[in-house]
Design a protein around this ligand. Structure first.
Ligand code: ACO
Length: 318
């Protein structure tokens, strides 16, 4: 039996930082409100002209270096993003050109904040069935481009960044299971209502009914972590680390409570990164790998929830 394993991780954040105090000068808000309701203190924002693929390339090269794999050896790219550089070619193929791995299948998928979980699940299947041996999985966003900076309800939340992992085949797990879900009934609670076939008639900006999203996110994430434990015959408390989607510290705390995990075993970067959508989980993973908290052999649960709604999880023996 072949498994896939995470051979290397990488991430990248644009240089420009916007603090809560900066936002106080832009919209009717306070540092105190943002910190207590979301846990966010600062976020990184792409420079003019800096694109999603620019951020992804930095993260990808870091993950490849960590895995000891040359860029040209990559044979599969799955790229989660809702903020692509172009309508087409897709971000995966734009990244492929930069890495020089010509001919490898490369694509992007748009499942909002769950984009990395979906990309990881697909790449895992390709490695497991022997069709990919060096699979690059990306989550990268320039959400600042679809944020209404006059809307205090969303401007304080969203940010830019990129994360990457390189998957390789392994005799031992590896990725133990992935679990994906979606429910389009909730479309009106969180969406960006402008697009190609609708003619870009409405504003290109995120709309969200935050309090409703909050409640459903807590419920669905609670269900998917239970599903993940049950699928692997694990009890609560069996995990070494929870690596959650970084949307709101209160959602993260609720999921940790559900798993009976102390917050010291939860990777939290929301204070520094804000909500970077598809980038948030691989970014948090890479931060904790590089600072030495997450070590080889440990058991990790990754989860994310976003627009659609779409949500998912992965159980990984790192
Ligand atoms: N500063 C000050 N006051 C504000 C701000 C702000 N930035 N934003 C909203 N308020 C006000 C509201 O107007 C409201 O005032 P009112 O009571 O006078 O009407 C009050 O604060 C409470 O507003 P709520 O929306 O009920 O606040 P809540 O506690 O729910 O927090 C938040 C809002 C942070 C958005 C929260 O609901 C949340 O995190 N939701 C989930 C977000 C999420 O997980 N998204 C999923 C992924 S995103 C993706 O897929 C792209």
């Amino acid at each position: 039996m072949i498994y896939s394993r995470v051979a290397g991780t990488g991430s990248y954040l644009p240089k420009k930082i916007i603090t809560n105090h900066d936002l106080e000068k832009m919209v009717d808000t306070t540092d105190e409100w943002i910190r207590t309701r979301t846990g966010i203190e600062r976020r990184h924002i792409a420079a003019d002209g800096e694109t999603t693929v620019d951020l992804a390339e930095h993260a990808a090269r870091q993950a490849l270096a960590a895995a000891g794999v040359a860029p040209a050896e990559v044979d599969f790219i799955a790229f989660g993003t809702t903020t692509p550089d172009l309508v087409f070619p897709n971000c995966g193929t734009l990244l492929q050109k930069r890495l020089g791995c010509r001919g490898a299948p490369a694509f992007s998928l748009e499942t909002a904040c769950a984009g990395f979980m979906y990309a990881l699940s697909i790449a895992d299947k390709y490695v497991r069935c022997g069709e990919a041996r060096r699979a690059l999985v990306i989550g990268a966003e320039t959400l600042s481009r679809i944020t209404d900076w006059n809307d205090r309800g969303t401007a304080v939340l969203f940010a830019d960044g990129a994360g990457a992992v390189l998957l390789e085949p392994s005799a031992a797990p590896g990725i133990l299971s992935t679990h994906l879900h979606s429910d389009g009934e909730y479309k009106d609670l969180l969406y960006c209502g402008s697009g190609v076939s609708t003619g870009f008639g409405s504003k290109l900006a995120i709309s969200m009914v935050g309090s409703e999203v909050f409640k459903i996110a807590v419920t669905k994430l609670g269900q998917v972590v239970d599903e993940t434990l049950a699928a692997n015959g694990l009890e609560r408390g069996a995990l070494d680390w929870l690596v959650p989607h970084q949307a709101n510290i209160r959602i993260i705390q609720a999921t940790a409570r559900k798993l009976e995990m102390p917050m010291e075993r939860v990777i939290v970067t929301v204070q520094d990164h804000g909500n970077t959508s598809a980038a948030s989980v691989p970014l948090a993973l890479d931060v904790a790998v590089r600072d030495g908290r997450i070590r080889r052999g440990e058991l990790l649960l990754l989860e994310a929830f976003g627009g659609g709604f779409t949500w998912g999880s992965a159980l990984i023996r790192f």
